[in-house]
Design a protein around this ligand. Structure first.
Ligand SMILES: *Cc1c(COP(=O)(O)O)cnc(C)c1O
Length: 455
C-alpha cells in the first residue's frame, strides 16, 4: 500500500522547514493535513505517490490559497456596466479617497462639532439628497431592499398595502416584493391584472385598513403590448384623495436623464418626487454610481417615522459608506458626475472610442498569433436599470483553435487578474463597454496568457 510512502504530518512540516516560521503553526499543520489528504485521494485513484518536494510545494500553494482573500478585483468584459455579481458600481476617485480618509481615523460621524455634543450620522447626507432630489427629507440605510423593508414595517405593519398585480414581482437574488411585504407584517392587496391596471382599480381597493400604495419600478423586465399602468402622478392623486402615502420603489433610480446616451428613459428620482410620491427608495450602487446603500427621500413626517423605528438602527450604514456616498453626491451637486463617476464614464464613452480600442486590441492579439477580431456588439446597462435596453458597443471576439470558447473563458477567469467575458456564437467576446481604458493593456496580457495556457 503506497499510503505508507507518504510522510507523517510532523515529518512533512519538518521537511517544509523554516520557510513558514512566521506563519502560525496551526495554519501550517492544517495545510500539511490537507495536502496529505489530497495525496491519499490521488493515490487511491491510482496515481503514484508524490515525492517530498512535490508535497512541500503543495503546502506552499495551500498556504498561499488560505492566506489570499477570496474577494479580488477583476476585469469586467461582459459589457454590463452595473453587474450585481461583479460588485455593481465602481467608485469614483473622490468616493474612494473619502472612504479611505474617514475609514482611517476618527470623525464627527455622530458628533455635533459646534455644540460639542452628540449629533446624528444622518445629517451628512440629508441636505445633499434633498437639494439634489427636491424632497423634504432623506434617510440612508444599508441597501434598497432594507429601505423598502423599513418603509413597509414602519408605515404598514398589520395593515394593507395596495400594489398592481404586474408589480408584485421578483427583483432578483430572491428579493420578491410579496415576500418582503409579508416579512414586514403588511398585507398585500393586489389590484388589476398582470398586464393592465388602472387608477380606479387602486381606488376601489382602498379600505380603512389600507396603509399605503406601493409602486415598484419594473427594473428587470418589460411588459410590452396590451399594457397599462397609471402614471405616478395619477397614483399620487388617488393616494392623496384618501390621505394615504404613495411609496415608489425606483430600484436603480437615477439623477441623470439616460436618454442623452441613446438609452431608454430610466425614471429619475426628481421626477418621482415632483410627481407626488411621498417616499422614494433607490439603490446607492446602481445608476447613482456610489457605494452600496438604500436611499429614502420624501416627506419629512414619514422619513422621521422611519428614522425613529427600532429597525433603522439595525439597518444603518457605516461611516465609510456615508463618506463614499457623500463624495459621490457632491459630484452631482457640482455638475461633474458624468466626468467623475465611473458608471457614467462607461455609459457615456462614445462608440467610436470603443471601436478604436477594440481595433488596437485585436491588432496586438493578432501580432501574438491570436485570431482576434474587432467586432460590433450590444451591451445591457444591467443592475435593475433599463430592462431590455442595450447600448451599441465594441469588443474583440476570439474563436479558440485549441479547445472551445467555454475553456478559453474559464482560463480567463482563472487568470490574475481574472477576466469575465461573454460567450457569443461559440466565440469569447470581450465587450469594452465595461472595461476601463487603463485596463486594456492588462486585458491584452490576460487574453494572451489564457490563449497560451490552452495551446
Ligand atoms: C435592485 C432593486 C431592489 C434591491 O435593491 P438593493 O440595493 O440591491 O437592495 C429593490 N427594488 C427594485 C425595484 C430594484 O431594482
Amino acid at each position: 500500500m503506497s499510503f505508507r510512502q507518504l510522510p507523517s504530518v510532523d515529518a512533512l512540516i519538518r521537511a517544509a522547514g523554516t520557510a513558514y516560521s512566521d506563519v502560525p503553526h496551526e495554519l501550517v499543520r492544517d495545510a500539511a493535513r490537507t495536502v496529505l489528504a489530497q495525496a491519499r485521494a490521488s493515490i487511491a485513484a491510482g496515481a503514484s505517490p508524490p515525492d517530498l518536494t512535490a508535497l512541500v510545494a503543495a503546502i506552499h500553494n495551500e498556504l498561499a490559497t488560505v492566506l489570499t482573500p477570496s474577494l479580488r478585483p477583476l476585469i469586467n468584459a461582459t459589457g454590463v456596466v452595473i453587474q450585481t455579481n461583479l460588485g455593481r458600481a465602481p467608485l469614483s476617485e473622490a468616493a474612494r479617497a473619502a472612504m479611505q480618509t474617514i475609514g482611517a481615523g476618527y470623525s464627527n460621524l455622530e458628533y455635533d462639532l459646534a455644540a460639542g455634543e452628540r449629533g446624528s450620522r444622518h445629517v451628512h447626507l440629508e441636505s445633499l439628497l434633498t437639494r439634489l432630489t427636491g424632497a423634504e427629507a432623506a434617510l440612508v440605510v444599508n441597501n434598497n431592499a432594507a429601505a423598502v423593508y423599513l418603509a413597509l414595517i414602519a408605515l404598514a405593519a398589520g395593515r394593507e398595502v395596495i400594489i398592481s398585480r404586474g408589480q408584485a414581482v421578483e427583483i432578483g437574488g430572491g428579493f420578491r416584493i410579496p415576500d418582503v411585504l409579508r416579512a414586514s407584517g403588511a398585507m398585500l392587496v393586489e389590484v388589476g391584472t398582470t398586464n393592465r391596471t388602472y387608477s380606479h382599480d387602486y381606488a376601489a381597493a382602498i379600505t380603512e385598513r389600507t396603509a399605503l400604495i406601493l409602486r415598484v419600478h419594473s427594473s428587470n423586465f418589460r411588459l410590452i403590448g396590451f399594457v397599462h399602468e397609471p402614471s405616478l402622478a395619477e397614483l399620487a392623486a388617488v393616494a392623496h384623495e384618501h390621505s394615504l402615502p404613495l411609496l415608489d420603489d425606483l430600484g436603480s433610480g437615477t439623477l441623470i436623464d439616460t436618454r442623452q446616451f441613446g438609452l431608454l428613459a430610466e425614471p429619475t428620482v426628481q421626477e418621482s418626487v415632483a410627481a407626488g410620491a411621498d417616499l422614494v427608495t433607490f439603490s446607492g450602487d446602481k445608476l447613482l454610481g456610489g457605494p452600496q446603500a438604500g436611499i429614502i427621500v420624501g416627506r419629512r413626517d414619514l422619513v422621521s417615522k422611519l428614522r425613529r423605528h427600532p429597525l433603522a438602527r439595525a439597518l444603518r450604514i457605516d461611516k465609510s459608506t456615508i463618506a463614499g456616498l457623500a463624495a459621490t453626491l457632491y459630484s452631482y451637486l457640482r455638475g461633474t458626475a458624468l466626468r467623475e463617476i465611473p458608471v457614467w464614464q462607461l455609459i457615456s464613452t462614445p462608440l467610436a472610442d470603443l471601436q478604436q480600442r477594440a481595433e488596437t486590441l485585436a491588432i496586438r492579439l493578432n501580432a501574438a498569433g491570436i485570431p482576434a477580431c474587432a467586432v460590433a456588439c450590444e451591451s445591457a446597462v444591467g443592475g435593475g436599470s433599463l430592462p431590455g435596453a442595450t447600448q451599441p458597443s465594441a469588443g474583440v471576439a476570439i474563436s479558440p483553435v485549441v479547445g472551445n470558447a467555454t475553456e478559453l473563458a474559464s482560463r480567463l477567469r482563472a487568470g490574475r487578474p481574472p477576466v469575465v467575458a461573454r460567450i457569443v456564437d461559440k466565440q469569447v467576446l470581450c465587450d469594452l463597454r465595461s472595461v476601463f481604458p487603463g485596463e486594456d493593456e492588462m486585458l491584452a496580457t490576460a487574453l494572451m496568457n489564457a490563449w497560451q495556457a490552452l495551446q
